[in-house]
Design a protein around this ligand. Structure first.
Ligand code: SAH
Length: 479
């Protein structure tokens, strides 16, 4: 071990920062956040200093460093390119046994500043001992994704309940009790902002003592995005890794399913080829039953659960049965596909609004307010429209769009098998047919489609043999 990690209490301590650059401002900020008073020696201060917290704890005391500035200081940070000038400060500080850090000059430091993950009061510090700050920073980024933003609030809850738990739970059972609390839905309740519920659950656990397992089931309705695992949210990933059972359908891609907890039970409720999908009411009741068995149930949906995802229906049933649930938004196909196809859905010159519509045919017609939809200053995104494409294009022309309105159809948006076919309302149906596209596909209609020529950046089909494979297959009613 080259360095001993410690956490310094700097509240109302006095620190010196030598240097007025942007980097110096960031160092001063750390000290201020830790409650210190900061003197700065610099000819001028970067504007970043003006935005720091607790400005009354910060003052520029001199143009340059003089040893007298070390009087009464507990810590010194130097941001100075010139090595010999930096060394003068470092030596003077060391001579007085004041800890000193010199940015980017590890040899002059008596301590180093780690990369930190701040979930106050929980703090994680990562350091490579000054040898590879980039590596430490990358590790920090990975840890950031793993630790929920509200982790500190969980710690605060524990601190509020400390005395009550001490009074109710025997010392030898306390540790097990807290472990149970942190693994219970209480933690997820805090992370999702349901503090009142978390407290009443914790009260119940204290009443029952640590002996009883009163684990309550819960349903996480999670949007998995359009298929590319990179587009999952941190929250989705976290819940995927703690669920006991995963209920999914065909739109959720295999790489995403692979990221769920390995030993979680998986229940497929989509449609096998030529078979019928599990009816919606049965799925709703399945979720209720699993949660009532005490399980943490992950209901994993493609895209966003509230956009053509029947998420509303599923949680309505949960609410009727008093099953706790939370909803995690996902990147909806329109947003994901548009980005990866280089088609901005709105644009000041071409589209002032965007409409998401379903192209699902019912008895060969669409039940839609075409007047509100077919407008030349609006982008139209059509989900589930592959089968109905010829009829859709016809209807849009009939209701006022010109035949040469640009239109695109995107297969497997965001995935390595993405393909984009562009044309206009008259040519697109035949082009799509010729291309032999596989579901899921998304249709985008409007002048913004023209921008793809300039803005298309993701073109896996140019170098991919896989463009004709199907990692995702949507059930028929979604085509
Ligand atoms: N809740 C989902 C939509 C479910 S409806 C969401 O918010 O995205 C299913 C339809 O979504 C498909 O028929 C298709 O039109 C569209 N879709 C989903 N993923 C897609 C993808 N990767 N590429 C193209 N279209 C997609």
């Amino acid at each position: 071990m080259n360095y001993l990690p410690i956490f310094l209490d700097l509240r109302d301590r006095h620190c010196l920062v030598v240097g007025g650059s942007e980097t110096a401002a960031r160092k001063a900020e750390l000290l201020l956040r830790a409650g210190a008073h900061v003197d700065v020696a610099a000819l001028a201060l970067h504007e970043g200093f003006a935005r720091l917290p607790h400005p009354d704890h910060l003052q520029r005391v001199a143009d340059t460093f003089t040893p007298g500035l070390l009087e009464g200081k507990d810590l010194v940070i130097v941001v100075e390119e010139d090595a010999s000038r930096a060394k003068v400060v470092a030596d003077a500080a060391r001579a007085r046994n004041i800890p000193v850090n010199v940015a980017d000059k590890p040899a002059l430091c008596s301590f180093i500043l780690p990369s930190i993950i701040d979930r106050s009061p929980i703090m994680v510090a990562v350091s490579s001992g000054g040898e590879s700050p980039v590596l430490a920073r990358m590790l920090r980024a990975r840890l950031e994704t793993l630790i929920p933003a509200a982790y500190g609030r969980l710690s605060a809850l524990a601190s509020r309940y400390k005395d009550r738990v001490r009074a109710a739970i025997k010392p030898q059972q306390r540790r097990a009790f807290w472990e149970k609390v942190f693994l219970s839905p209480v933690a997820e309740m805090v992370f999702s902002g349901r503090d009142v519920e978390a407290e009443s659950q914790l009260d119940a656990m204290i009443r029952e003592g640590a002996e009883h397992d009163i684990r309550r089931g819960e349903v996480y309705l999670v949007g998995a995005g359009p298929g590319n695992p990179d587009l999952l949210t941190f929250r989705a990933l976290r819940l995927m890794q703690q669920a006991d059972v995963v209920v999914h359908d065909r739109l959720v891609s295999q790489p995403i399913l692979d990221m769920c907890r390995r030993d979680a039970e998986r229940i497929y409720v989509g449609k096998e080829r030529d078979d019928h999908a599990v009816p919606q009411e049965e799925i709703n009741l399945l979720l209720v039953r699993l949660a009532k068995e005490g399980k943490r149930v992950l209901r994993l949906k493609g895209g966003d659960p509230f956009i053509f995802g029947r998420g509303g229906e599923e949680i309505e049933t949960l609410a009727e049965h008093s099953v706790p649930f939370q909803v995690v938004p996902g990147i909806t196909a329109a947003a994901g596909v548009a980005s990866y196809a280089g088609i901005p859905l709105t644009h000041r010159d071409y589209a002032q609004s965007v409409a998401f519509v379903t192209g699902h045919l019912k008895e060969n017609t669409f039940n839609m307010n075409w007047e509100g939809i077919a407008r030349k200053d609006q982008t139209i995104v059509i989900y589930m429209g592959l089968k109905g494409l010829p009829l859709l294009c016809e209807a849009l022309i009939k209701h006022g769009l010109t035949a040469d309105t640009p239109a695109a159809i995107v297969q497997h948006g965001t995935l390595p098998t993405q393909r984009v076919i562009t044309g206009d309302l008259t040519t697109l149906p035949a082009l799509a047919e010729q291309a032999g596209l596989k579901a899921p596909t998304l249709i985008i209609v409007g002048n913004v489609v023209k921008l793809r020529e300039k803005l298309g950046w993701y073109q896996p089909e140019l170098h991919s043999e896989q463009a004709h494979r199907t990692p995702l297959e949507a059930p028929d009613h979604l085509r």
